[in-house]
Ligand binder design. Structure first.
Ligand code: 5RP
Length: 226
């Protein structure tokens, strides 16, 4: 079974938790894409009714519009019933590193407005401790990028400005990302607090205590972690 099949399995399992009438958060990335497609399919076949959705990125918004998924926003809704999103790394406490797709700011805003955040991954994303596989994406305002890079070095990180085709990657909110390797994170909560305190850092990809459920697709079946 290839990776896309695993991603699709996890995504379709997560969609089973969505019921008619819900406000749904749509995550970002190649795994969540399968969930958005499934939600669109169920809405268009009349199996899910009165769904409204809030996407976490311009890319997910575009896909949702193509699939005729009704969209809403935080002027009309302030509570989301279920969000389905991906992750780059998941530890045994269901803490996450997210932001591989650069949508971490909107993803965290949506997650904190969500009653039940369901994370969908294939088994390669599971670690004992965060930082085993992935650097922490840190979104900074452009003005402060040089300064924040020095700050991140001063607290033990190795920041690298994310680039696409030789140019800095710009997030949907117009910021830069410093992918910062801190090695294995012995205390991700403390690091998250330090990053939260720092002016110039808009948001970071450490999602602490936000996931209610992680659905892991393995070749021999699905595992649900709560
Ligand atoms: C985007 C994210 C994604 O959810 C994360 O990068 C996982 O993506 P994929 O499903 O493509 O592996 O956090 O900002």
């Amino acid at each position: 079974m290839n990776k896309d099949e695993l991603k699709k399995r996890a995504a379709e399992k997560a969609v089973e938790y969505i019921e008619s009438g819900m406000v749904v958060g749509l995550g970002t990335g190649s795994t969540t894409k399968f969930a958005i497609e499934k939600i669109g399919d169920l809405i268009n076949r009349g199996k899910l009714k009165n769904i409204t959705a809030i996407p976490t990125s311009i890319a997910s918004e575009k896909l949702a519009r193509e699939l005729n998924i009704p969209l809403t926003d935080f002027f009309r809704e302030t509570k989301i019933d279920i969000t389905i999103d991906g992750a780059d790394e998941v530890d045994r406490n269901l803490n996450l590193i997210k932001g591989g797709g650069g949508a971490l700011l909107r993803e965290k805003i949506v997650a904190q407005a969500t009653e039940r955040e369901i994370i969908i991954v294939d088994e390669t994303k599971i670690s004992v401790q965060l930082g085993e596989k992935w650097a922490v994406p840190i979104e900074v305002i452009k003005f402060a990028a040089g300064l924040e890079s020095e700050y991140l070095k001063s607290i033990g990180g190795k920041p690298v400005l994310r680039e696409v085709n030789g140019k800095p990657f710009v997030t949907d909110e117009g910021n830069y990302i410093l992918d910062t390797n801190f090695g294995i994170l012995k205390n991700p909560e403390l690091l998250a607090e330090m990053l939260n305190e720092r002016a110039g850092i808009v948001e970071h990809g450490l999602f602490i205590g936000l996931a209610a459920k992680v659905i892991v697709a393995k070749p021999d079946g699905i595992v649900e972690l709560e």
